[in-house]
Every structure is written in C-alpha cells, then in structure tokens.
Design a protein around this ligand. Sequence first.
Ligand SMILES: [Zn+2]
Ligand SMILES: [Zn+2]
Length: 395
Amino acid sequence: MRHIEMFWRCSSCSHRNLGRHQVCQQCKNAKDGSEEYEMPEDPSSAVSVTDEALLRMATAGPNWRCAYCESDQRAFDGSCKNCGAALPGPSEEPSPPPPELPPETKKRKRLPWYVWALIIGVFVCCPCFVCASQQEKPQALHVKGVTWEHTVSVERYRLTDKEGFAEDRPDGALQVKTLGARHHHDEKILTGYETVYYTEKRQDGYTTESYKDKEACGEDCSRTPKKCKETCTSNKNGFATCKETCTGGEERCTTRYCTVKKTRKVPRYVDERRSRKEPRYRSEPREAPWFAWKEWTWSHDRDVKARGNTLTTHWPSEAELKPAQALLNGEKERDTRKGTYSVVFQGAEAKPDVTYTPKSLEEFQRFGIGSTHNVQEKDGEVSVVVEEKPSTSGK
Ligand SMILES: [Zn+2]
Ligand SMILES: [Zn+2]
C-alpha cells in the first residue's frame, strides 16, 4: 500500500495545483467544492508520498467544507484557514434522507395455477361429460317384442362299445372280446458298446507371462502465471491510496503414470486324448392284445326345445320328452334344463332397436308388450333400471 498525490484545477485561473495545497498557487483563491481532485494520468508511475507532513495529510481522512466561505479544509484543522470559522458540530448536520422505498411492483397479477387447471379441465372434459351422460342416461323405451326358449338336455345311461388295451379296460367291462395283437410301444434293446475318443484340457504346471501395467511415478507440476494490478482510490483530501492486488501464482500438480513391465504366473494346459465307452441301442416294436367290450356310461342323447314370443312360457311336455323308442333293460335317463329370454325395445326416435337379455324367468315376465322401461346402454351392454312403482301385472 502506498500514497500518491492528486491534483486540482483552479476554477478562477485554470492553474493546476498539487493536492497538498488548499489555496491556488497562482491566484491565491481558496479551493472550494466545485474543484474536484484529479488522478494523475498514469497512477502506477506516480511517485509515492514519503514526506512525513504529506503522509499526515494523506491519511487524515476526507476534507470538510467551511459552512461560511465554502472552502475545502483539512480533517485535522479545527477551524477554517480561509475565514476562521469553526468546524461544524454534529448537531448542525442535516439528518440523512429516509431510505427510498422500493419501487411499487406493477407486475400484472397472474392467475394461480389451479384456476388455469380448472379452466382447461372444463374445456377438455366438458364434451366427454356431455357424451358420457348421453350414453349413460337411461331412456324410457317401449317393449316391442319378447322371445323365450326352454331347452331340456337329455342324457342316457346305456351300454357303450369301447376298444383298447388291457390297461384301458375298467373292471365292470362286459362282453369282452380279443381282437388280436396291436403295436403297443417300442423297446430299446442294448446292442453293444462303442469306444468314443475325445480330448480334454488338463493343467500341466504354470508359465510366467509378462505384461504392461501403469503405475504412479511422481508428479507433474506447473505454476499458473501471476498477474498484479494497482488500483488507486481518492482519499478526498488531495491524495490517493494505491493497493496492489495479485492473482495466480498457485502450483498445480497431477500424478504422473509410467508404464512398467510386470510378470505373473498363469496356469498352463495341455490337450489330453481320452476315450470312453458308450452304449448303443436298437428299437424293437412290442405288441399287446387289443380288446373290444361294452361299458355302462352316461352320454348326451338329445335336446328337446320349447319356444314362444309371449310372456307365457312352458317346458316341453312329458310326451315330447319321452324317448322315441322304449328304453332297454338297465337303461335310464336324466335331464338338465336351461331357459334363455330376450326382450326387444323400440329404439328412441330414429335409433335402432335395443335387445335386452333378462337373467331369469321371473325378470323376463316383467316385460309386457308395450310396457315402458328405463333402458341404459353403456359400453355396448344393455341394462334395465328397475322402476320404483310396484308392478301391476296381476297373476
Ligand atoms: Zn488560481
Ligand atoms: Zn471559511
């Protein structure tokens, strides 16, 4: 750190005065506030101040201004050297202006994100809601027609013809007959052994192998270039303080790697010729007796159906269910029953008819021709909303 002397130009006679003077050396006018101190053209080549008296001025702090004659006075002078007035007391100093308030933010208030989300949601989803509600809304439709079908599936327990090997035949098989021999399976028969030769790797000691490896072997260092700069700032008393700031000059090091030759032991293998005996087979067909027999089993015989297009349903009559020919001795029958029902509604306006499939006979009988029901179509599936009012169809 060092001090240099500044200059000021007299506003009356334009004389260039040294910073140490408070009075123009040419016209003797006292320096005032309008006459600013100027830095020398090249501050770095300006000579350093070493004189005791000048150093005292340089380090005294900023000048003060005489309140009566407006001349510049040194900090260590208690009274004005120009007019004799005293240094102004702290009470006369004007109070600093209040800190300026930050400028009013005039940014337009943005809509919060959830408002945007709501607006987008309404615009994107509204059409969906509309069409979904149209699709899901039940419609009052008239019953145009009904159909039903009752199916009785009859199975009969009877003697059945069967064929197979002895292991397929049940204990209760009747009228067993032999139908000669048939191919049952192929048997593997050992015909002998064959010697097969092959080579196998066998470890036979070690060999020494050399290889290259990288190892740390010191450091490579370099110093970054050092740059210094002197900056001078005015002390506001005719002098300036200059400081030198430097950057760089640090040492940077990186590890250096060297290639080194190393050796290691690796196992050594040799090919060894070996042999083994492998069995050889031939395939020979084997036969077994084939049988025919009779066996009592249940099997499907016939379906008997009854159909209609009114709400009055019935099952096939006893006469219809009777077998065409009388059952043989030991034969018997059993049946399973299944009903399917369908209701066709007249489509609303120009829309096609809607077909509904009731789950039970009881449900089917609620759909009198011309009666109105709330029909709902959703994803191609038709359902009927049950009305609150009690059914008036008397029995
Ligand atoms: Zn002058
Ligand atoms: Zn004065």
